[in-house]
Design a protein around this ligand. Structure first.
Ligand code: BTN
Length: 293
């Protein structure tokens, strides 16, 4: 094992290389073309950008800003998070210099009952982004894990304030592992996590990645608002990592249900058929694939 230090702009790029990490990650640390200009201008892809070097959680800050009246489309971005939040109260490891952590303030023209589908729609946006930039198809593990080669390289956390039912405030948070070497993941995630650069031969440009996610997010939310969820769901199913696979569902009250995934229904709820023939409708909880490390 050896340590490689990169200095780019003001950030130390500190990559600790393990035997399972290829040289290309060391060589291809973010191409930062245009990054500084974007940060200075405070805008990207038609969105206002609020940039933090370090923050507790971009989702929490975006929620505060949204409640204080920040306009829809505002992007809250952090180079690192000290309290990055994942689904189900988990944390999201957010070291500087190897990932993208940001949240978009949305005020979608959608019924309250449709808001939970935004997680699936955002998954489609991430898959479109990967296809468009790197010409391969990732997968999604219901509801919010972006997988490449069966390992998680991104996650989505949607939070909402529904006090004003006619104008809900939604925060769409996205975390992407971009150049993180496996050894830098927390030990319990080392076998199940990956980063995009491991699967892409060209150096990844964070600006291009962020820009493309925003363009694809705008497109998919617009599509949802104007045409409904049906086509988005159809597309989501093409990326479904669980269909027909054996999985374990850990319910919100920690019960364990084993079964086979039948995929999501029209409402985006996952259906699982357990050994006794029962079909369970999953709205929340943790899904673990049998062969998912
Ligand atoms: C998950 O996979 O459980 C969701 C992870 C979401 C992480 C992102 S990072 C940016 C945004 N801010 C947060 O605190 N969480 C989301």
């Amino acid at each position: 094992m050896y340590v490689v230090f990169f200095w780019k702009e003001h950030l130390p790029y500190n990559l600790i290389m393990g035997q399972d990490v290829t040289e290309k990650i060391a060589e291809n640390v973010f191409d930062e073309t245009g990054w500084k200009e974007m940060v200075r201008a405070g805008e990207i892809a038609g969105h206002s950008l609020v940039y933090f070097q370090q923050i507790d959680s971009t989702n929490s800050r975006a929620m505060e800003m949204g409640l204080a009246g920040a306009h829809a489309g505002t992007v809250v971005f952090a180079e690192s998070q000290t309290g990055g939040k994942g689904r189900l109260g988990k944390s999201w490891d957010s070291p500087a210099g190897s990932g993208l952590y940001f949240s978009i303030i949305l005020r979608p023209a959608l019924a309250i009952g449709d808001l939970s589908k935004i997680t699936l729609a955002a998954g489609v946006a991430l898959c479109r982004m990967v296809r468009r930039l790197y010409s391969f198809s990732p997968q999604i593990k219901w509801p919010n894990d972006l997988l490449v080669a069966n390992r998680k390289c991104g996650g989505i956390l949607v939070e909402a304030d529904l006090r004003n039912q006619s104008a809900p405030l939604v925060i769409l948070g996205i975390g992407l592992n971009v150049t993180t070497p496996s050894i830098d993941f927390p030990e319990e995630l080392r076998e199940s996590a990956t980063s995009l650069q491991c699967h892409v031969d060209i150096p990844i440009r964070r600006k291009e990645l962020l820009e493309t996610v925003l363009v694809e997010t705008d497109a998919v939310i617009g599509q949802f608002e104007q045409q409904g969820f049906a086509d988005i769901l159809k597309e989501w199913k093409k990326y479904d990592a669980t269909l027909g696979r054996t999985l374990t569902w850990i319910t919100a009250d920690r019960q364990v249900v084993k079964g086979v995934s039948l995929g999501p229904d029209n409402e985006g709820k996952l259906h699982i058929k357990s050994g006794d023939g029962r079909v369970h409708e999953v709205i929340s909880g943790d899904i673990r694939l049998a062969s998912y490390p």
